[in-house]
Design a binder for this molecule. Structure first.
Ligand code: NOJ
Length: 708
């Protein structure tokens, strides 16, 4: 790889010790960065600060705008909004003095149980790629280095540091890698490796993936960092292409920087010990003395160290860090608050509606459920945010409602697991005592009574997920299902607002009048939910994941998930909706689904060139609406080749005023045409490809075709 003359000179001027100090982290003297490089004073190389995302910039003890979860962002099907959210997070990172943002997270949603699905975008590689690219562009437009993570196949939290994803080259190429490829094509300056192994080799020392694919085939010029304590070896990782060990400090130093010197990393109970870094790696600095010795012994070429350093300095040069030209940034501005609200609103998906929504302005509403009193900022883990200001769901509804609003909790509070509470040792006894008081004072009957005396009941329900743990099942935790059933029996105009990390089971869905999925909407929770419930905004969100009963998903055999030492991706490329199409299983709500308050008619579909499908969409209703035009490609049949029935190929979101028609172009991603052949590589089978245009993967409104 060619580095600039300045970087080449700089690397030449550095001593071995100085170089080594640039390839493993150190404690941040300010205690705000998640990862830190001290720089080299002698040569004017400034420090480099890395902060967690991806739901905003997380610096301990400080607030920032709490943006909606990544899955909510993807549900907008609006890349431009993703670019704007990325740029806003970039400005906030600058305001907090952070140079690198540890996001976006973009692992494919393979299993609905994964505890981090809210940090990821979708079950589809093309949709994932477009959001990954857009967020990278947004962040980096503010000169903040983006760090797409976790490369690759970190699709579950169970045994995440040990498990080997046994995955075919075809599934890797067609499903798990394209999001990262898109992020690299968008110019990502850094990449974070996964904790897990891929086919028996840890991601941080996977030469083929890091050096051959990422840096070779894709031409990635940035630096590859490990996940925290995820560097397993010195020689293996360095020679495989890892450039930066993070955090590079021992667990003791980390605890000291948290001001908890007596706590050992291994003492922390995350609820899932298998999610912890392995004890061997948690206490070492692989890229400090051991790397020095490995170079002396000739096990790692000195040129490899030079390349690591040049890659890191190269990105510092590219984004102005080297010249101390960091942008000043801004935090918690009206614009950022508006973006957070717009994403939350547009990402809200109307799953069912028998006509109860939008609500009448003057309807008397009973709001029910413990989830209504909190703004759902996210799940637990490294993405946890602290907002300056947040609007719980019930507050947003109160503010918007013209009629009376009553509230009843109905069932005990659902605790959102907090990774950091675990680390900092929350007083469990106190929590239990609180929970007891809570359950004694709340009763479903109160909720039923409130629902009976209101015109409309709005039940707000939530799941509870965290990094380091997967969900046991897809049911709503606690007594929330019973709450919905009781309220629905008392009021036939019951609306359920679901706030979840991804798919959940909704066993009562036929008994309620409407269901709205608002994910983890972030600080603007109440405002966004109210504006969709009252129809101030059309329900513009669509599902980036299939909703189905747990037993219907792919990977239901224990060896497929959660696996043991290995997890077998036997379903190959049949992930998400591809599996449902292949098995003819009926999803509860298909990929791409989302109702609108308007109605749309599709006509005049045609290919305008080989990769663009054009369709006219008319809003036949009397309301202005927002439509997400989706395109899917159906490959020709080829003997002995199993392919998905259809593959998502692209989308365009448009606002269409009442009664008007617009012509919409959708660009078809090449990935939907290609397949990866284990011996011939990327292959486009010659033949006729169907092109479907419609409202979801199961609601095709117009069809055309193209030959390849
Ligand atoms: C572990 C997580 O997997 C990763 O996403 C995060 O950025 C690091 N910890 C740092 O907090």
């Amino acid at each position: 790889m060619d580095h600039s003359d300045r970087i080449v000179d700089l690397v030449e001027s550095l001593t071995r010790a100085e170089k080594l100090a640039l390839v493993h982290g150190a404690p941040d003297p300010d205690g705000t960065a998640t990862g830190y490089l001290p720089g080299v004073d002698r040569l004017g190389v400034p420090e480099l600060k890395l902060a967690d995302g991806p739901l905003g910039v997380r610096t301990p003890g400080q607030a920032a705008t709490a943006f909606p979860a990544s899955i909510a962002l993807a549900a907008t099907f609006d890349d431009d909004l993703a670019r704007r959210q990325g740029a806003a997070i970039g400005r906030e990172a600058n305001a907090r003095g952070q140079d690198v943002l540890l996001g976006p997270g973009l692992n494919l949603i393979r299993v609905p149980h994964c505890g981090r699905n809210f940090e990821y975008f979708s079950e589809d590689p093309v949709l994932t790629g477009s959001f990954a690219g857009a967020v990278v562009e947004g962040l980096q437009s503010e000169d903040v280095v983006a760090t797409p993570k976790h490369f690759v196949a970190n699709n579950q939290e169970t045994r995440r540091t040990r498990v080997s994803a046994d995955v075919s080259e075809r599934a890797l190429r067609e499903c798990y890698l394209p999001g990262f490829r898109a992020a690299v094509d968008a110019g990502a300056g850094a990449i974070m490796t996964a904790y897990n192994q891929i086919n028996g080799t840890h991601a941080s020392e996977h030469h083929r993936l890091l050096t051959e694919v990422l840096k070779g085939e894709w031409g990635f010029e940035g630096f590859v960092m490990s996940d925290w304590f995820g560097t397993e070896t010195t020689v293996g990782a360095a020679n495989a292409g890892l450039d930066l060990e993070m955090p590079g400090i021992t667990s003791e130093e980390m605890m000291e920087s948290f001001d908890m010197p007596d706590l050992e990393l291994s003492d922390i109970d995350f609820g899932n010990a298998d999610a912890l870094p392995t004890p061997e790696t948690a206490g070492t600095r692989m890229f400090a003395e051991p790397l020095d010795e490995a170079i002396d012994a000739g096990d790692v070429p000195e040129a490899r160290l030079d390349d690591m350093v040049a890659r890191i300095l190269g990105q510092m040069e590219r984004f102005g860090v080297l010249d101390d030209e960091r942008n000043e940034g801004e935090i918690d501005t009206p614009e950022h608050r508006e973006i957070a609200e717009e994403v939350a609103t547009r990402g809200t998906v109307l799953l069912e509606n028998d006509g109860v929504l939008p609500l009448d302005d003057d309807a008397d509403v009973a709001v029910v459920g413990p989830a209504a009193t909190v703004a759902m900022l996210g799940g637990g883990g490294s993405s946890e945010m602290t907002a300056f200001d947040e609007t719980p769901t019930v507050d947003g509804i109160r503010e918007r409602a013209g009629g009376t609003v009553t509230y009843a909790q109905g069932v005990p509070e659902i605790e959102i697991p907090s990774f950091f509470d675990d680390i900092f040792g929350d007083d469990e006894a106190a929590t239990d005592a609180d929970a007891d008081t809570d359950s004694a004072s709340v009763a479903i009957d109160d909720a039923v009574e409130a629902a009976e005396s209101a015109e409309v009941a709005v039940v707000v329900v939530q799941d509870a997920t965290t990094e380091a743990e997967d969900r046991d099942d897809l049911r709503l935790p606690g007594d929330q299902d019973a709450l919905v059933e009781a309220v629905a029996a008392a009021n036939d105009r019951t609306v359920v607002v679901v706030q979840s990390s991804g798919p959940v089971e909704l066993p009562w869905r036929d008994d309620v009048a409407a269901v709205v999925e608002s994910w983890y909407p972030g600080q603007a929770d109440g405002d966004a939910v109210a504006s969709v419930l009252y129809g101030d905004a059309d329900a513009g969100g669509r599902l980036p994941v299939t909703f189905a009963p747990e037993s219907e998903y792919p990977a239901t055999e224990p060896h497929q998930y959660p696996g043991d030492d290995e997890v077998h991706y036997d379903e190959g490329v049949f992930v998400g909706y591809r599996h449902f199409d292949d098995t003819d299983a009926e999803p509860t709500y298909p990929f791409g689904h989302g109702l609108s308050y308007a109605e749309f008619a599709y006509r005049d579909v045609e290919m305008v060139d080989d990769e663009t499908v054009r369709v006219t969409v008319e809003n036949t209703s009397e309301r202005d609406g927002r439509e997400v035009v989706q395109a899917y490609v159906r490959p020709p049949h080829v003997a002995d080749v199993e392919r998905p029935l259809r593959e998502f190929a692209g989308h365009t979101a448009v606002d269409i005023p009442a009664g008007e028609s617009v012509t919409v172009d959708v660009t078809l991603d090449d990935l939907a045409f290609r397949r990866y052949d284990e011996s011939d590589g990327w292959t486009v089978d010659p033949g006729a490809y169907g092109v479907e245009v419609g409202r979801s993967s199961r609601d095709v409104r117009a069809e055309t075709g193209v030959s390849r």
